[in-house]
Design a protein around this ligand. Structure first.
Ligand SMILES: Cc1cc2nc3c(=O)[nH]c(=O)nc-3n(C[C@H](O)[C@H](O)[C@H](O)COP(=O)(O)O)c2cc1C
Ligand code: SF4
Ligand code: SF4
Length: 395
């Protein structure tokens, strides 16, 4: 059986499903070239905008949320777009395509309501040799008052109008990058597809406020004591990305590039299962470097061997038929919490407290051993999640 990591994304052959998303890791020719040499199938360049719309970047522009082991689970940025002029990206894209003709170079662009600015940028990137365009209709913090980024991406009419005007200007595929902050991402997806979008990328970051310094009451990340609502990324947003990709795949028939919280090869499989045809990655690279591509590809190959897959295309959307309205889920399928590894119990009583205060009061300690009363347990599963030792499971 010949197995391949190659995938097709809106008519472009990718040597593997992994692209660097438009962000800091794709802000320069040198960085992109290094990443491509290490094995990334392609990149979406850092979003460029008409030169007069570029603003300086702020410090500090990142904030993080960590789990109790110290791992960064959530990452906020209030970074702007590229600091480089459009001419830089024309040269960079031209040079990258010359040096790496088989890699996929997608140019990310953003402008304001001025349609001609969008068309001008689109034509310049196409002329430079970009394989496709990605329209950034989704940044949650850059020049929102100027009707840029997510302001467009949350409005069906504006999003469709920008998509249509760019489509009219170029022949290369147009990918539209959507925001999870839209109240109904399916409506936006259908509107841009009706306007001609060849593919959708989702998601951009989730708008958040990371926190507050409780001594100074300064919001975080503080820029001279002030902040903006910023964009959340990293592993914490993967469930939001999966939800959005699934909803888009269910509502449209164009390819979807899945983004959000991908750090391991398993995440890529999950995105494919909910409808993605390729993936894009940012935060995991910002935290661990371009070289994460090696374990990502090795893990995917091993998985495909184990599953007997010739091509990742075989699993695109495999999970979609299993997503239903809650009311259509089986009310007869019953499981109960069961003690599966009593020897691992450290008698911390977390399960007891959770079950008695938020469950059905089914957990007891009999002769200092944890037990579940099956006549009281209704299988909510709370105890299986709070147990730190893996003692309990639903059966
Ligand atoms: C520091 C930073 C800068 C970003 N800049 C851009 C950008 O210029 N254009 C864009 O479309 N998305 C931008 N993004 C969003 C990412 O491309 C990506 O959609 C998001 O971070 C979710 O993916 P992740 O969880 O793998 O980081 C940026 C994200 C971060 C963290
Ligand atoms: S599954 Fe729910 S009800 Fe059953 S023992 Fe656990 S917490 Fe209690
Ligand atoms: S939470 Fe787990 S380890 Fe703690 S008492 Fe319950 S079963 Fe034992």
């Amino acid at each position: 059986m010949s197995q391949t990591l190659q995938v097709q994304f809106c008519g472009i052959l990718l040597e593997n499903p992994c692209l660097l998303s438009s962000a800091s890791p794709t802000q320069s020719y040198e960085g992109i070239a290094n990443a491509l040499k290490l094995g990334w199938a392609g990149v979406v360049t850092k979003t460029c905008a008409p030169d007069h719309l570029i603003t300086a970047d702020v410090t500090n522009r990142f904030a993080t949320l960590r789990d109790s082991a110290g791992n960064i689970t959530g990452f906020e940025n209030i970074e702007g777009l590229t600091q480089k002029p459009v001419a830089y990206w024309e040269i960079t894209i031209r040079d990258l395509k010359r040096e790496f003709p088989d890699k996929c170079i997608i140019a990310s662009i953003m402008a304001d309501e001025d349609r001609e600015s969008w068309q001008d940028l689109a034509r310049r990137m196409e002329k430079a040799g970009a394989d496709a365009l990605e329209l950034n209709l989704s940044c949650p913090h850059f020049r929102l008052e100027n009707n840029m980024g997510a302001t467009i991406g949350k409005d069906e009419t504006m999003a469709a109008a920008i998509t249509a005007c760019v489509k009219a200007a170029v022949r290369i595929p147009v990918v539209v990058k959507l925001t999870p902050n839209a109240s109904n991402i399916q409506d936006i997806a259908q509107a841009v597809v009706a306007a001609g979008a060849d593919a959708i990328a989702a998601i951009n970051t989730v708008q958040i406020l990371m926190g507050v310094d409780i001594d100074t009451f300064e919001p975080l990340p503080a820029v001279n004591g002030h902040t903006s609502f910023g964009g959340y990324s990293g592993v914490a947003i993967k469930p939001i990305g999966l939800r959005c990709v699934a909803q888009i795949a269910l509502a449209t028939d164009v390819p979807v590039s899945g983004i959000g919280g991908i750090a391991h090869w398993q995440d890529i499989v999950e995105y494919f299962a909910v409808g993605a045809s390729c993936v894009q990655i940012c935060t995991a690279v910002m935290l661990n470097g371009y070289q994460i591509i090696t374990p990502l590809l090795a893990g995917l190959e091993e998985y495909m061997n184990r599953k007997g897959l010739r091509n990742l295309g075989e699993i695109i959307g495999a999970t979609l038929p299993k997503i239903e309205a809650r009311e259509r889920l089986s009310m007869d399928w019953r499981r109960r919490s069961t003690v599966i590894a009593p020897e691992k119990c450290v008698r911390c009583a977390k399960c007891y407290v959770s079950c008695h205060e938020s469950g059905k009061g089914a957990i007891r300690f009999v002769d200092r051993r944890v037990t579940v009363d099956p006549t009281l347990c209704d299988g909510c599963s709370l105890c299986t999640h709070v147990c730190p030792q893996g003692v309990l499971a639903l059966h």
